[in-house]
Ligand binder design. Structure first.
Ligand code: FCB
Length: 458
């Protein structure tokens, strides 16, 4: 007799069966973002965004890829919604392209708005919850021309945009997220220049972060007033910092990494203060904070979205900072990121201890890139299935330890424009052939579908 095992077969995808994640009230979803899938960058009055500008600069994006066509979702949204529904998920996380829906004078662009109204209607008609992010990095270029997130006024313009959207889309949204990953907007956009608008200055990064978070806080009461039936939150990326050296300096390096990645965002949101150690790491970069700002930023939220991907190995740089020293012999993804599910569990449990005001959590992104090919109509993405199973187990472990996690969204529904890595990195559970726009569900999508259908049946 072969040994019996409680573990699911390799090709199946499911959280531990006893976990609340297997229950009907846990929200399962897939996620995308506007610039990464829509294309149609000059259609129906859409204005240029900072990513159109940035991706046109030679050398900024791998292979010179841009979001001009992407997954052509702007034209294929109906069949894409059918695809999402066919997976059996409860929810879809999408973002709205700010430059599509508002003109330079702050007036609505009807054609752009109608696109989202039709999309949200169709999602609702399929029984899908709509998790809508207002800002997933595609800032209108005309605002960047006035300083972008370095200009305090952009926070107020963001609040006007949130006002317009929540008036126009009242009742069509299940959960609003103000910002996706302000860390990336601030640090990659203004600190190291890897993302649009491509500026490089540590003081810019902290000031941009402050204005992003201020915009978030200003938007919250507006969303509440205009659309009281929807949840309101924000999405933060979190990183696990570890060290392979057991010295106080190296442990401090790992702590500083987590301060810079996690506490820089969660501190202001959940404690109303920037972590002091951030300015030990980056002396002299304190942003200009006006009286009242921290109270606005730390207004209560209904949920916190968490995006988790990997762990970094840190060592002290011998001064006041850290260096990233990649570990040998660990499993990595097509991005080169270490596969480390335990990091998600440890961070969630740590946040519960650290933040008395930690709201309910949704894992709004988790997933991995692999160099997937279609062969005989199928895509064998075994590594992704294992990756997801292990991260489901990590979330289940956090829930068991008392963390209130209510949902999990796979990044991503389909392969798409992976920012400065262009189309080469494939994060989808559905494969996209960019020459034909053919969508082919990978084995991970089929496995997820099988689990979700079984859950609904049982
Ligand atoms: C996150 C982004 C998302 C996607 C994944 C891989 O940082 O929010 O758009 O690029 O990484």
């Amino acid at each position: 007799m072969p040994p019996t095992s409680a573990r699911p077969p390799l090709s199946s995808l499911a959280p531990p069966s006893a976990s609340p994640m297997a229950r009907p009230d846990f929200t399962w979803g897939v996620a995308t973002a506007s610039y990464q899938i829509e294309g149609a960058i000059a259609e129906d009055g859409r204005l240029p965004s900072i990513w159109d500008t940035f991706s046109a600069v030679p050398g900024k994006v791998l292979n010179g890829d841009t979001g001009e066509v992407a997954c052509d979702h702007y034209h294929r949204w109906e069949s894409d919604v059918d695809l999402i529904a066919s997976l059996g998920v409860d929810a879809y996380r999408l973002s709205i392209a700010w430059p599509r829906v508002m003109n330079e004078q702050g007036k609505p662009n009807r054609a752009g708005l109608d696109f989202y109204k039709r999309l949200l209607d169709r999602l609702e008609s399929k029984g899908l919850q709509r998790f809508v992010t207002l800002y997933h990095w595609d800032l209108p270029q005309h605002l960047e021309d006035r300083g972008g997130w370095l200009n305090r006024d952009t926070a107020y313009r963001f609040a006007e945009y949130a006002d317009l959207m929540s008036r126009e889309l009242t009742g069509q949204v299940s959960a609003w997220a103000t910002l996706n990953e302000p860390w990336c907007s601030a640090f990659l956009g203004y600190g190291n220049g890897h993302h649009a608008p491509g500026l490089v200055d540590g003081r810019y990064a902290t000031q941009a972060m402050h204005h992003l978070l201020l915009g978030h806080g200003l938007a919250l009461p507006i969303l509440q007033a205009n659309d009281p039936g929807a949840k309101r939150g924000i999405v933060a990326n979190i990183g696990r910092g570890g060290t392979d050296r057991d010295t106080p300096e190296d442990r401090d390096a790992a702590h500083l990494f987590e301060t810079q990645h996690n506490a820089w965002v969660l501190g202001p949101l959940l404690k109303g203060e920037y972590p002091k150690d951030l300015f030990r790491l980056w002396p002299g970069t304190e942003p200009l904070v006006l009286p009242g700002d921290m109270g606005i930023i730390s207004r209560p939220i209904d949920y916190l979205g968490i995006n988790y991907y990997f762990r970094s190995n840190l060592r002290s740089d011998g001064a006041h900072g850290f260096v990233d020293v990649p570990l040998d012999g660990v499993e990595r993804t097509q991005m080169g990121w270490e596969v480390y599910p335990q990091g998600l569990q440890d961070l969630l449990i740590g946040f519960k201890a650290e933040y008395a005001r930690l709201p309910p959590i949704y894992i709004t992104e988790n997933g991995m890139a692999s160099d997937d090919q279609v062969a005989n109509g199928t895509v064998d993405d075994t590594q992704r299935i294992a990756f997801l199973n292990r991260h489901f187990a990590a979330v289940a472990g956090a829930i068991e330890a008392g963390v209130d996690v209510r949902g999990y969204f796979v990044w991503s529904l389909m392969d798409n424009y992976e920012w400065s890595f262009g189309y080469e990195r494939r994060f989808g559970i559905v494969h996209v052939d960019y020459a034909t726009q053919q969508r082919t569900p990978k084995n991970s999508a089929k496995a997820l579908q099988a689990f979700l259908n079984a859950r609904k049946a049982g």
